[in-house]
Write a protein that binds this ligand. Structure first.
Ligand code: G3D
Ligand code: MG
Length: 187
């Protein structure tokens, strides 16, 4: 099996090397952004689905010292307090955007700005995937960044990465940023 097929999480694991610390990642975004598609390329391991009593679905991947939780945000303000448990001790937020859905840039930008103010995500680095770059109608990452006012995010490290979860293009580059900014710093 080649590295790519083993899943990017296992590659992170390998780069993580000797550190005993767990690396905790949450992957969020509006519905239809491409989270599930991305998760499949990130994790070759079994994905389990948890449905807390509050009714939102969390997909979860856990393997040697790695934990990745994924769920849809947006339209879920009322149940936001119930998420908090799943945001605890987060090392990295991956936020996914449908770059072809300009109509929702404002909505997704608002969700992101509220999200990063969550107590459990204070100062947590954010990798933003400007997904669906394979579509002719998609906006380039620079426009997505502008639409989301990313330049106003000064209290943490962030990176925007153009990608296509379907073709896999750009996903590896995002992963490299994760390794350089999170994993190595934890050593
Ligand atoms: P979600 O988990 O964030 O809700 P999904 O999003 O991963 O379910 O993806 C939603 C739809 O967008 C899916 O299409 C999926 O195939 C598509 N999609 C995800 N990533 C990309 C991408 O990079 N490029 C393109 N062109 N499409 C993408 P369907 O038709 O199955 O609803
Ligand atoms: Mg999904």
């Amino acid at each position: 099996m080649g590295e790519a097929q083993k899943g990017l999480l296992s590659v992170i694991e390998k780069l993580k090397g000797s550190t005993e610390q767990e690396v905790r990642i949450v992957l969020l975004g509006l519905d239809n952004a491409g989270k599930t598609t991305l998760l499949k390329s990130l994790a070759s391991e079994d994905v389990s689905t948890i449905t807390p009593t509050q009714g939102f679905n969390i997909k979860s991947v856990a393997s040697n010292g790695m934990k990745l939780n994924v769920w849809d945000i947006g339209g879920q303000r009322k149940i936001r307090p119930f998420w908090k448990k799943y945001l605890e001790n987060t090392d990295l937020l991956i936020y996914v955007i449908d770059s072809a859905d300009k109509k929702r840039f404002e909505e997704t930008g608002l969700e992101l700005s509220e999200l990063i103010d969550e107590e459990n995500l204070k100062g947590v680095p954010v990798l933003i995937f400007a997904n669906k770059q394979d579509l002719a109608t998609s906006s380039p990452a620079s426009e997505v960044a502008e639409g989301l006012n990313l330049h106003t995010y000064r209290d943490r490290e962030w990176q925007i990465q153009a990608c296509s979860a379907v073709s896999g293009e750009g996903v590896q580059d995002g992963m490299n940023w994760i390794c350089n900014n999170i994993v190595n710093k934890k050593k």
